[in-house]
Ligand binder design. Sequence first.
Ligand code: WT7
Length: 662
Amino acid sequence: MTDPGSEPLANLLREDRRFAPPAGLAASANVKADAYRAATADREGFWAKQADRLTWAKRWDKVLDWSDAPFAKWFTGGRINAAYNCVDRHVEAGRGDKVAIHWVGEPLDDTRDITYAQLQDEVCRAANALTALGVGTGDRVAIYLPMIPEAVVAMLACARIGAPHTVVFGGFSADALASRIEDCRAKVVITADGGYRRGTASALKPAVDEARTKTDKIEKVLVVRRTGQDLGEDGWDDATDIWWHDAVGSASPDHIPEAFDAEHPLYVMYTSGTTGTPKGILHTTGGYLTGVSYTHDAVFDLKPDTDVYWCTADIGWVTGHSYIVYGPLANGATQVLYEGTPDSPDPGRWWRIIQDYGVTLFYTAPTAIRSFMKQGDEIPGSFDLSSLRILGSVGEPINPEAYVWYREVIGGGRTPVVDTWWQTETGAVMMSPLPGVTAGKPGSAMSAIPGVGVDVVDDGGRSVPNGSGGYLVVTSPWPSMLRTVWGDDDRYVETYWSRFPATGERGAYYFAGDGAKKDADGDIWVLGRVDDVMNVSGHRLSTTEIESALVSHPKVAEAAVVGATDADTGQAVVAYVILRNEAGDGGPLIVKELSDHVRKEIGPIAKPRQIMIVPELPKTRSGKIMRRLLRDVAEGRAVGDTQTLADASIMDLIAAGQAAST
Ligand code: WT7
């Protein structure tokens, strides 16, 4: 494990700027300071109140059943339909003509506005079409789509019929798609011919065809026509493939939503852990929807009649699930959904969208902010961004410079920045300033939101004093918590609940895998992962997963991967590889060959920034790779303590090789 109190991050704590909420925002905020006290006094009562934001077909009997901890049941006995809550109820309340989605395709002027009534129509048709394809309650459906409205429709259609979806990010490879489909045994895949990335149509369907050669679970493939690109002679199989516009277009727009148990599985989202295989994080219906609806309202202070919200995440990640689909739609928001990259066709693309649609609430990742910051103030400065009133950040620690730039240049110095800490597993935001309450500190996620308990603890699970660092934990169950790892209850218990088990005085703590510090005021600064998980541009990657991909290449004998601090991407993947004897020096293109291999096995996001061919890896006498030393080399530091190495001279060889290659 990495020392959570490492040196460069300690600098963060010298930050002493504060930004108080604007008076107007504070006065009219959805959530005020008294919520903290109310939630602490009666946590379950507080969450019951939040669940009342939703429309239940049958009210719950009990808020929380924790008798089988750490397996939680929230709102037991309650029955609810997630799609009804995100769509129909707004139409029934007379808001059918309100725009739900301002969709912006990547090609200029390729836009569509979709009202709640139109969304209802589409979701009902898609639900009927899925049923006609044989998808029943409980069956899993994989979704592999670009950022088009059909992605939202597909998710809600699955939710409507009680078929848990598993959305796989469009940037993942056919292998990654196949392994996820195999793990959760999805019988239908919803995909598109392709999508637009940086001005060109890039195909998606061929990856599904390739996945079908690796898993026999796929019975039907529903294909949205997005780009109209030629699928080729072998690119269509009449036995399995159906066009979305045929199946959904011809289906009835009438569909009565069935109410499911509050604990009915809503979706499985795969995420990287510390081992080679991604884990399927299971979220269920009532508690999850309560969590995302409440946090979207509280953290973004959503005023549904006047706000225009935009979250730039992809629907393939949990942020897209919670803060594009379920949270904002449950709250009846109007939002922008953008298909493309931030700089296509030009670097002003995002700011033009904010200007054109009058975006008021904006949610993005530090890595994007840093890349805009590098391009200077002039580009955003040439757009009218005065509609913005709150800016959000998610995915990795935001450095104070980026925070202040975001606030000043994008937010015109008026907008609170909400740095939201959460995870795929937590389902919803856990720590964040409240925009109408908290005087924010650049770089700190501050404290748990009302209803949630977090702490920073030492190795023994004892709360650390202010000014000290340790491990970030969640101290009591929360409604949007993961329920298990799909098909692997033991891994759920082991990964999250065994590190800080229950004591005589308290229950077990949820171990988040992050290191954190408390400052002198007790505010929390998240420092990054303490396990073998990396965070590259806000994307979570496992060192072991990339190592396995490298070792699956015929020329590779052994590989070690570390996450090295990177000014642009937060962390970057650096790989050290030992080649097999028979591969010789691997040939002149070996680095490219290995890099392409990782891309093919996992996807472009996992491509190493640097691959070093080395003669040996630093190991302890018991054979454990000392990643700490490799990180020293990758980050250009003097190599730390090598006493426990079996052969200390190895580090000299590796460091010399690194110097020669940079
Ligand atoms: C990991 C979770 C949360 C949705 C997107 C990522 C890091 C996330 C912050 C933040 C510092 C953050 C943590 C966490 N992280 N938000 N505001 N400050 N670190 O979800 O892929 O499950 O990754 O992202 O390390 O454990 P994820």
